[in-house]
Structure formats: C-alpha cells, structure tokens
Ligand binder design. Structure first.
Ligand SMILES: Nc1ncnc2c1ncn2[C@@H]1O[C@H](COP(=O)(O)OP(=O)(O)OP(=O)(O)O)[C@@H](O)[C@H]1O
Ligand SMILES: [Mg+2]
Length: 364
C-alpha cells in the first residue's frame, strides 16, 4: 500500500499544501515546529478517522479557521483509492472514491497504516489502557466490526454505571443489573477473543524479531490477561460467576469492576515484567519488535505491507537498532515516511522533502 498524493487545507499549520510521495523511503526534514508531525498526523487521521494527539477534531483546524480538508490518493493491490476528509461545523464527512461514508468502519482499514513515535513507549511504561488501545487500534484496521463492538460495549458500561449510581431500590437494581450483565458477557467475549487472537499472533512474530535484536539472548513474552486470567477459555466461562460475585462490591463502589474494559496485556522480558525491570533501551526494542510484528501481520493478512509513518523515531534508536529497522524497511520495500530534524545526519537513500513553516519542498 502506498500514498501518492496528499493535500492539506486549513489543517494545523498548513493553509493549502500538496505533496507527492514516491515509493520506498520519503524523508521529511525540517527544524522544530515547522509541520513535520502535523503532516504525519494528517495522513494518520485521514486513514483512521482519529488523531493520536487530540480527542477533538476542532483542535486540528488551523487557528481562526472553521473547516479543514484532507485528500489523499493511495494505491492498494494496484488499485487507486482516493480518500477525502472534510470537517465543518463540528461534523466530519469522509468520502472513499468520491462516495460518502456513513460510519468510521466504512473506510477505516481501506488503506492500512502503522504509526510509530517515541511516545509509543507508553505501551510498556503506561497503564493497561495504553496496551488495550494498541490492540484495539490494530484490530479496528483489520476487522472494522471491532469498532462497533467496542462502542456497543462502552454504551452498556455507561448504562450499567448509571444504574449503579442511581437511587432505585436494591432489588430493582439487581434485576436490571442482570440484564446489563448478559449484554456485557455477549459483547465482552467477542472483544476478548479478538484481542487474544491478535496478541497470540503478535507474540509469535515479535518474539522472533526481539530475538534477532538481542542475538537470541533475551526472550519476549506477550500475553493477554482476560478478566485477570491468562487462560482465555477459563476466563470466559467464569465471566458470569465473576460478575455475580462482584455485584455487591460494584453497587457499593458504583462502578463496573470486571470486564474487558479493565483487561491488560502482560509483557515479560526474560519472564519479568518489562514495565518494572526492562531498561529504556530494552523497552524501545520491545516496542520496535511489536511495531515490526504489526507490519508483518498486516502483510500476512492483506497480502501487502501497510504504509509506515515514523515520527522522530530514528534519533531515539542506537546504531544497531536503527540499522535493523532501516534494513527491514529497505528489504521489504515498505513505503515509509520518516521525519528528521535538520540537525540529524541525512539518510543517504530515499526521497527528501524540506518542511518549513507549513510548506513542503521536494529536494531529492
Ligand atoms: N491547530 C493549529 N493551527 C495552526 N498551527 C498549529 C496548530 N497546531 C499546532 N500548530 C503549530 O504547528 C507547528 C508545527 O508543529 P509540528 O508538531 O508539526 O512540528 P514539527 O515540525 O514536528 O517539530 P518537531 O521537530 O519539534 O517535532 C507548531 O509550531 C505549532 O505551534
Ligand atoms: Mg514533530
């Protein structure tokens, strides 16, 4: 998959700018604060319907503007795909090949993308939410139904929470809570199975890559922990009982205490939690392995590598890891957009663009 053309209008610090990309490596070079990340964010937003930096679209609008437009032309299995995103009056409209889409799931996953920045270390250092988000973002690109599933599940959680906080009598609460619990079980099981399926696949590939990065000296283990249990079938069969057991506690604390909205991914390095014991460099290697594993999984399923966006990543890696990543990119032919500051040593191969004050000029 690749991007050929991208146009941004009133998006962040871009007024009206177009850029043509080439296959292989595309390097975006510029001083700090010129628009490199904004450009990457624009492409990611166009492909996923979400920004990884902000929750609300209006923050993506150029200051003092009321609407933004993004337009990208892509190639997928030798077919042209045109995507357009238009945001106006707090509403967003998306078109795929000029046809308007009703829902996010109508276009997310049309062209796949993997984004990688130093902030991805939160997958290791951060809380369970970050790890669940990592899985969900990947699944959403591969199985569009996952987004609707998460939305439906979250709605039930909201309704159940509201009931837990409400002042209705205890006996009435019990009956209604049972009804919500039945839905939590049905939807929750599907979410858990999607996440477990991805975690298993990631584990197989990421462990191999991590082994290569450490000359087989270290072992990476990634496991989905469903409802506090690393045995998914056991967890799912115990789900109704767990919900029943927690009922009193949930009423007392007025919150939903068990379900996939509280699950975690256990990341072990040589059998010890990476969050607590892995060094900064080891944590970076784990994230790199997981990102490369994601690329491989998409290629296996879709028959093509996704688009790869690397924001400020190269300066964070040591020589060996940087060479490993660049070799992977070059030998696989993945189209990659890489941001670098002017201070960094230029890469010798690849197309080169200068980014300055919201303008982009091709240099090589
Ligand atoms: N909504 C917005 N409207 C207009 N300008 C914005 C908006 N949001 C951010 N900017 C500006 O865009 C500029 C470029 O930001 P960006 O994050 O893309 O920089 P960068 O080139 O990636 O820099 P760095 O090398 O520091 O990462 C910043 O100076 C910022 O103030
Ligand atoms: Mg940046």
């Amino acid at each position: 998959m690749m991007i050929n053309y991208f146009k941004l209008q009133n998006f962040r610090n871009y007024k009206d700018e177009t850029i043509e990309f080439l296959p292989g490596i595309n390097i975006l070079i510029g001083d700090n604060g010129q628009g490199k990340t904004n450009l990457i964010e624009g492409i990611y937003y166009l492909l996923t319907g979400k920004s990884y930096r902000v929750q609300k679209e209006h923050e993506l609008l150029s200051w003092d503007q009321s609407e933004f437009h993004l337009h990208g032309d892509f190639l997928m299995a030798a077919h042209k795909v045109s995507l357009e995103s238009h945001y106006k009056n707090k509403k967003k409209m998306v078109k795929v090949n000029q046809v308007p889409c009703q829902r996010l799931s109508d276009f997310v996953g049309t062209i796949n993308v993997i984004f990688f920045s130093p902030d991805d270390l939160v997958m290791i250092k951060g809380g369970p939410l970050e790890r669940r988000r990592f899985l969900d973002l990947h699944i959403a690109q591969m199985r569009p139904g996952h987004v609707s599933l998460l939305n439906a599940y979250n709605k039930v959680i909201q309704q159940k929470s509201a009931l837990l906080k409400s002042l209705v009598s205890k006996s009435l609460k019990y009956t209604q809570l049972q009804l919500w619990n039945e839905q939590l079980i049905t939807l929750g099981e599907k979410i858990i199975r999607n996440r477990v399926d991805l975690t298993k696949k990631l584990q197989n590939v990421a462990d191999l890559i991590y082994g290569n990065l450490t000359f087989q000296k270290e072992k990476l283990n990634v496991t989905y922990i469903a409802l506090g249990n690393n045995n998914v079938n056991e967890a799912i069969s115990e789900f109704p009982k767990l919900l029943n057991d927690k009922l009193e506690q949930e009423i007392e604390r007025q919150m939903v205490l068990i379900g996939p909205h509280r699950d975690d991914v256990q990341i072990l390095l040589n059998d010890k939690p990476a969050r607590l014991f892995a060094s900064q460099g080891q944590q970076r290697s784990i994230v790199l392995s997981l990102k490369l594993a994601e690329l491989e999984l998409i290629r296996q399923e879709k028959g093509e590598y996704p688009l790869l966006l690397l924001d400020d990543v190269l300066s964070e890696l040591d020589r060996f890891r940087r060479d490993y990543l660049m070799n992977f990119i070059e030998s696989s032919g993945i189209q990659t957009l890489i941001t670098m500051t002017s201070a960094e040593k230029h890469l010798e191969s690849g197309s080169l663009y200068f980014v300055e004050k919201g303008h982009i000029r091709r240099k090589r």
